[in-house]
Design a protein around this ligand. Structure first.
Ligand code: DGY
Length: 319
């Protein structure tokens, strides 16, 4: 009898999904909208695997609804703050994610945010679209240079290093803060206080954990240069958004570029960050290219099939 695997959301069609459907019976939540926990629990009993996106809560209740057959939770995401890892460990369930395959694509988007925030690309482009642009004027949409600036990476894993490589192409000086990553030929390791004080651009590349929640709050923002830009493609919860909004509105911070928010999805009640002229916002699209999303599904499927075949998972969460 085939194993049953629960997909918490519509999964990108392609080779990965095809392989999974051939080896397992797929129980998929229909549609792309976010399922209510009770709806997922109702279709979970007896599944051996769960394939989830990075923002579908996978908690003890869902694990218990699946029951003792559940052996693997495979996230098609790098971030893993949506999974109750303690509950999974207590139940002997392997949890996997999709590092590596999205690092370059997310680094590309990080650079798009750096450029957009410092060069005021969103506001300038909007002036064309709304017909308010009149003519070239010396003073319009003056931004700050990216070339020659110092980039401070908070978190220096695969994505941080991919951003550092791009930064060298832009003539930036790169430093990083990461207790687990020493100096290398791209970047110098410094303490967080030095990074905040010296950087023109601070870019966040840490997972959301108890240790990193609100890592960037009022105190850290006050330690940054008033000409600095804060960029985040990691998780919204790493930044205290109210403090960020205050800092930008009061001119204590030049700008921000955000792909992630504390409250996702926002629905129709938009965060005030979205309307702020010096903050560029994107709807969580860091890994959103066709090739990368397909690679994420593929790796998640490999992880499921490996665990269900009693092989070690390819990319289990770090211990
Ligand atoms: C990730 O891979 O963590 C992305 O943010 C999507 O969840």
């Amino acid at each position: 009898m085939k194993n049953r695997v629960l997909a918490t959301r519509e999964i990108l069609p392609g080779e990965g999904l095809q392989r999974l459907s051939e080896s397992a019976e797929l129980v998929a939540w229909p549609g792309a909208a976010k399922p209510a926990p009770a709806d997922l629990a109702a279709i979970a009993p007896g599944v051996s695997g769960v394939l989830a996106l990075g923002n579908d809560p996978v908690d003890a209740a869902l694990m218990d609804a699946a029951g003792p057959s559940l052996r693997v939770i495979a996230l098609a995401s790098m971030g893993f703050d949506n999974v109750d890892r303690v509950a999974a460990a207590e139940r002997g369930i392997v949890v996997t994610h999709t590092p590596r395959v999205l690092a370059e694509t997310t680094a590309d988007l990080t650079f798009a945010l750096i450029l957009a925030a410092r060069r005021r690309i969103g506001a300038a482009s909007a002036s064309l679209a709304d017909g308010s642009w009149e003519l070239f004027r010396m003073r319009d949409y003056l931004g700050l240079d990216v070339h020659g600036a110092t980039l401070g990476l908070v978190g220096y894993g695969q994505i941080g290093r991919a951003v550092a490589r791009r930064a060298h192409g832009f003539g930036m000086h790169v430093i990083h803060h990461d207790p687990y990553a020493p100096d290398d030929d791209l970047s110098t390791s410094v303490g967080l206080a030095a990074l905040l004080a010296d950087s023109d651009v601070v870019s966040l590349h840490v997972p959301l954990t108890d240790e990193t929640r609100h890592l960037i709050s009022a105190r850290e923002l006050a330690a940054m240069k008033p000409t600095a830009t804060l960029v985040s493609t990691s998780r919204g919860g790493v930044v205290d958004e109210e403090a960020l909004l205050d800092a930008v509105r009061e001119g204590r911070l030049h700008s921000a570029g955000l792909d992630v928010f504390e409250r996702e999805p926002m629905g129709t009640e938009l965060s005030p960050l979205v309307a702020e002229p010096h903050i560029v916002t994107l709807p969580h699209i860091g890994s959103a290219t066709e090739a990368t999303r397909a690679a994420m599904v593929d790796l998640a499927v490999d992880n499921i099939l490996d665990v269900l075949a009693e092989r070690p998972a390819r990319t289990p969460l770090p211990g």
